[in-house]
Design a protein around this ligand. Structure first.
Ligand SMILES: *[C@@H]1O[C@H](CO)[C@@H](O)[C@H](O)[C@H]1NC(C)=O
Length: 331
């Protein structure tokens, strides 16, 4: 019986073993023999500075690109943070723009992804300077432990641990909340309806990329699809009860990647701006074929462990009884 923290991939794996996988077939697609299998590192290279992207096999690179649905325009050549940055706290943007010209919220939000507030940039640099050490990130958390309120009774625990923490730097917390909200508000622009609920989008895995140390968060939406005899015959325990998430083509879009700007190792400068992108795992694409392990193809889960070392999980939960009350728990 599955009754506490069970990420989708594990639950499916268990159901899979128990049910002897009778209800669906694993994809039997093969890569063309000339084409090397794409890796998570290749994906990160495509989203890195042009110099990194250019080292890839051009066909692999093109196929990866064809599976990327950007929530914020991708600007690999965008100049450094000095040329325009916004503050979440004050809502003010600095930079070249004329003092009297107000940019739209759309542009402000783009800027916040390309060049986040200083505390996020510091974290991004710390990740790389530490050589990708998750402890370096964990040490920036406030030690205070905040109990995660039970969601609909205490039998469903959505988070890895029953308590969470915050980052000491308040702006890091607000920035993570900003990312959750931005994914929700921009999803529809690429045909992805996503809501901040305990069945859909409430968590992400903050990681340090294996090769570069680049800081990122892999968000997983559509976490608890509703049980359905025909399309989703999987019992995932208490957390799934009452789910209104349909198992349909939107599952293809459930992996959402944020990358912090990439700092230069040798100078105080920056090599690439931040990125926010949905990784489209439709079954004809290279992401589905090469980046999703066979036993989770059905639920399209990309593993954070393939992208790097996980430092913490970020959870954004509505803990309000009547009025919505969203709170962040870093676990
Ligand atoms: C998203 O939701 C809106 C409003 O409910 C609906 O009109 C639209 O068809 C949905 N889009 C997709 C891709 O499901």
């Amino acid at each position: 019986m599955v009754n506490s923290y069970t990420p989708l991939r594990f639950t499916i794996f268990i159901s899979f073993s128990l049910a002897a996988a009778s209800s669906f077939k694993l994809s039997a697609s093969h890569s063309p023999s000339s084409l090397p299998k794409a890796t998570a590192d290749d994906l990160l290279s495509v989203l890195g500075p042009p110099s990194a992207a250019s080292t890839l096999n051009p066909i692999v690179s093109r196929e990866i690109r064809s599976c990327l649905k950007f929530l914020v325009p991708f600007k690999p050549d965008k100049s450094g943070p000095e040329s325009g940055r916004c503050s979440l706290r004050t809502g003010l943007c600095s930079g070249k723009i004329d003092a009297v010209e107000r940019r739209s919220k759309f542009e402000d939000d783009n800027s916040l992804v390309w060049w986040p507030p200083e505390p996020i940039l510091e974290l991004a640099r710390l990740a790389v300077d530490s050589g990708g050490d998750p402890g370096a990130i964990q040490r920036t958390l406030d030690p205070e432990m905040i109990p995660v309120p039970g969601v609909q009774g205490s039998k469903c625990q959505l988070t890895r641990t029953p308590y969470g923490r915050h980052f000491i730097a308040e702006e890091v917390n607000s920035y993570i909340e900003f990312l959750f909200r931005l994914i929700e508000s921009r999803g529809p622009s690429i045909g992805f309806n996503v809501s901040l609920t305990r069945y859909d989008l409430f968590h992400g895995h903050l990681f340090l990329a294996s090769e570069s140390g680049r800081l990122g968060i892999l968000f997983h939406a559509k976490e608890y699809p509703a049980y359905d005899k025909k399309v989703f015959p999987y019992n995932m325990g208490y957390c799934q009860r009452g789910s209104d998430v349909k198992y349909d083509d939107s599952m293809n879009l459930r992996n959402i990647l944020w990358l912090a700007p990439l700092p230069s190792k040798s100078t105080p400068g920056w090599l690439a701006p931040g990125v926010l992108v949905v990784l489209d795992a439709h079954p004809d694409g290279i992401i589905y074929r090469d980046l999703i392990p066979n036993y989770v193809k059905f639920v399209r889960t990309i593993y954070e462990d393939d992208l790097g070392t996980t430092a913490v999980d970020v959870n954004y939960l509505n803990v309000g009884a009547q009025e919505p009350d969203y709170q962040l728990f870093i676990c």
